[in-house]
Design a binder for this molecule. Structure first.
Ligand code: PLP
Length: 417
């Protein structure tokens, strides 16, 4: 008999050691035993405004009392969704953005891939079907996203995957150029997370995103930024595109658009992508989801964005990131903690071979701090942007103690003068 009927995502089906989270406020969550935790991961990289924000709950409840849901296919629309798309378009990293809505980041990635191929087809360039992604990377779990994701374990056993998807190593611009040259006139798009998140927390190499933009321009391809983690403030700017000064043609988002109070994702679409529709006045954008433009999700996003602006959380992301990044950097000893990576309020430590990240995570959990292991040697942090300085310091202390305990007698000895 399984321990639970709930078949958990990204978990062994036989697992039975779950923490039941029952409540949250700010950067703190409580479990069913009454223990509190500093949420060093904003749940799964998304709860930027923190837990327990009544203002968002009230906005969603108010919308649901008036109209819980109505679809937006063909002739139908609703006010909160129209207002939300106006508002997102106004902060988009390019002019005249249109906003397509989904319920998740995975659906957003699928849509971006479909749009990249469709726009080429409508422009009479139907051989342009190749999409280039990087390794490591994470682009969700639908089939395009699974194929694009540069983490072999996430692909194992799910084949055959989508055709015409190529991967190049992150930061290897020679490999990216070679992929274009090996497929003349066939590359529809390059997709990249401005900061690789679930693939290990890697900021771009200097000039990397700029060069990808240049390659796309030289070869007639689109640049897609997957901003499911970086969008809506995590890097101290609305978008990674702003942070690194590179303009993409499509942007996927999810997570912090609602801080998780409702499931919502989407794609920012630049005029260039929709231009070929002008030559096909009867062409229909034949893709979308039952819940694209769900009014309760849009109401949550609007209330969430009000908080982000009023509480100046973009600036707070920079401050939180600096305190966290500096505090982690001070613990790098080249043996147990080998490096710190990240940017803005998303950071990770790279651990030495003898320090197992899931074990460090478990010890930290026992001490009341939530971090996220990625593989055996990376521990990630992406806290709510409302986290206090004292809570950041508690994360830092907890890392030091847990790494000490796991590393045991491999602690570096003081050098004798
Ligand atoms: N793309 C990126 C960069 C992500 O980080 C994620 C999720 O973490 C996704 C896509 C998939 O989003 P979702 O889990 O909402 O489907």
């Amino acid at each position: 008999m399984a321990a639970t009927a709930f078949l958990h995502p990204f978990t062994r089906p036989s697992a039975d050691d779950f923490l039941t989270i029952v409540r949250g406020a700010g950067a703190t969550v409580w479990d069913s035993e009454g223990r509190d935790y500093v949420d060093g991961m904003a749940s799964l990289w998304y709860c930027n405004v923190g837990h327990g924000r009544d203002e968002i709950v009230d906005a969603v409840a108010g919308q649901m009392r008036q109209l819980a849901a109505y679809h937006t296919f063909e002739r139908f629309t609703n006010e909160p969704t129209e207002r939300l798309c106006e508002r997102i378009a106004a902060i988009a990293p390019f002019e005249d953005a249109r906003v397509f809505l989904t319920s998740s980041g995975s659906e957003a990635v699928e849509t971006a891939v479909k749009l990249a191929r469709l726009t080429a087809k409508l422009a009479g360039d139907g051989d342009r079907t190749v999409i280039i992604s990087r390794r490591p990377s994470y682009h969700g779990v639908a089939y395009a996203g699974t194929t694009l994701t540069g983490l072999p374990l996430n692909q194992a056993g799910f084949g055959p995957l989508l055709p015409d998807i190529l991967q190049v190593p992150r930061g290897d611009l020679g490999a990216a150029q070679a992929a274009f040259e090996a497929n003349p006139g066939r590359v529809a798009a390059v997709i990249a997370e401005p900061v690789v998140g679930a693939g290990g927390v890697y900021p771009p190499e200097p000039g990397e995103l700029q060069r990808l933009r240049q390659l796309c321009d030289e070869h007639g391809a689109l640049l897609v930024f997957d901003e499911v983690i970086t969008g809506f403030g995590r890097l101290g700017t609305w978008w990674g595109a702003d942070r690194y000064g590179v303009q993409p043609d499509l942007v996927t988002f999810a997570k912090a658009v609602t801080s998780g109070y409702q499931p919502l994702g989407g794609v920012l679409v630049s005029p260039r992508v929709l231009a070929p529709f002008a030559g096909h006045p009867d062409a229909v954008l034949r893709t979308g989801h039952t819940y694209s433009g769900h009014p309760a999700a849009s109401a949550a996003a609007l209330a969430n964005l009000d908080i982000v602006e009023r509480e100046e959380l973009l600036a707070r992301a920079t401050a939180v990131g600096a305190r966290l990044g500096d505090g982690l950097a001070a613990q790098v000893d080249g043996d147990r903690i080998v490096e710190v990576r990240g940017d803005g309020a998303v950071r990770a430590i790279g651990l030495g071979d003898h320090v197992d990240a899931p074990t460090v995570r478990d010890l930290m959990l026992t001490a009341g701090v939530i971090a996220r292991p990625i593989g055996a040697s990376t521990l990630a942090f992406s806290p709510p942007l409302v986290i206090t300085d004292e809570q950041v310091d508690r994360i830092l202390e907890c890392v030091a103690v847990a790494v000490d305990e796991v590393a045991g007698d491999r602690r570096p000895q003081p050098v004798q003068p």
